[in-house]
Design a protein around this ligand. Sequence first.
Ligand code: ZN
Length: 194
Amino acid sequence: MRPRVSSIFSSYGKTWWRDATNNWARVQARCSGRNGIGCPDGHTAPRLKVQEGYQVGVCLSGGYLKATIRPSEQGEQREIRIQQYLQNWYRTRALEHLQEKANRYAQQIGVTPAGVSVRNFKSRWGSCDKKGQVVFNWNIIKAPHAIADYVVVHELCHLIHPNHSKDFWQLVGRHDPAYAEHRQWLKERGEGLL
Ligand SMILES: [Zn+2]
């Protein structure tokens, strides 16, 4: 059983994954050399391989996302389970990668976030509270690195300017000179990642 991830989910009306995957592949093709994670060759979205077993979950191996599903789970239950495993996999990868990016940029900007975590926001890419807790929408890692970097820089700059003032954007621009372009990218294509 080696269907494209998209073909599995579109048949159940779950278009989020198909859209994200298509969008992702398109973006990666244009931004080669700046691969998002989970997209090993930078040009095609990984294919899904489904196998039965008891060590359930998803792993990336040899350019494939391999999902291991209990033999007892069949039909629609299986599809739902695969979707769950993929989400968990992405969330975990997202946290690792966003923490790494946040550490790097925090040092560069000269801030120390109280904590970095991920969440499944419906319509935003990140948040930053008064206590310095920075939260990212994990879906951002489906975008090219430059876009995810912008989101990280944006939230970290809020630790200095908790607003969208001129000073804030100036600071963002110092750490991401192409921020306007990245912001525009998110406005136009961000929804495809959710
Ligand atoms: Zn903001």
